[in-house]
Design a protein around this ligand. Structure first.
Ligand SMILES: O=C1C[C@@](O)(C(=O)O)C[C@@H](O)[C@@H]1O
Length: 171
């Protein structure tokens, strides 16, 4: 039997939230978003990856910030960590930033593109770079790797949550 990549076995719950325009995945710029066909395909990719490493992944997508806020409020006590692709909220989503911060749970910001890169960069946005309002408050960031930004964030959080010193325990 192959040794687990994780040091723990607890089935952490990781909640993934995709923001405005991510419902259009599959019809978006293929240079940026690649060959993935839909948000549903992305959500299944994330859920199946979570299963493979022994964590529960719950996914949510909305084009409306109010719905995102209500979802964060509803999952704040049961989620062990959050992954957010703010998408259309990247530069303006202050209420979402606050709601995530107020959960006191680890948060990883993800993007298909490298939103910090100029439009001329291989993974840059045609209309980038973008100045994320989330960057100053999230635990970590994974971006530029398309859907693999999500699996990177899931794995990193699973391993971090297994580490009892990760959440700021007295060292
Ligand atoms: O909708 C999106 C998707 C995105 O967050 C990404 O995943 O690369 C990048 C954002 O700038 C854009 O508005």
């Amino acid at each position: 039997m192959t040794e687990s990549i994780r040091q723990g076995t607890r089935r952490h719950k990781i909640v993934i939230i995709d923001g405005p325009n991510m419902t259009n995945l599959g019809a978006r710029n293929k240079k940026v978003y690649g060959a993935i066909n839909s948000i549903e395909e992305l959500q299944l990719f994330s859920e199946e990856f979570g299963d493979r490493i022994g964590v529960e992944v719950e996914t949510f997508v909305s084009n409306f910030e109010g719905a995102i806020l209500e979802y964060i409020h509803a999952t704040a006590t049961t989620a062990d960590a959050f992954i957010i692709n703010p998408a259309g909220l990247t530069e303006i989503g202050i209420p979402t930033k606050h709601a995530l911060s107020e959960t006191s749970k680890p948060v990883v910001e993800v993007h298909f593109a490298n939103v910090d890169a100029p439009p001329t960069a291989p993974r840059g946005l045609p209309i980038g770079p973008w100045d994320s309002v989330f960057r100053s408050s999230v635990t970590g960031v994974a971006m530029g790797m398309r859907q693999y930004s999500y699996s990177s964030a899931i794995l990193g959080l699973a391993m971090a949550l297994d580490d009892e010193t990760f959440l700021g325990a007295d060292l």
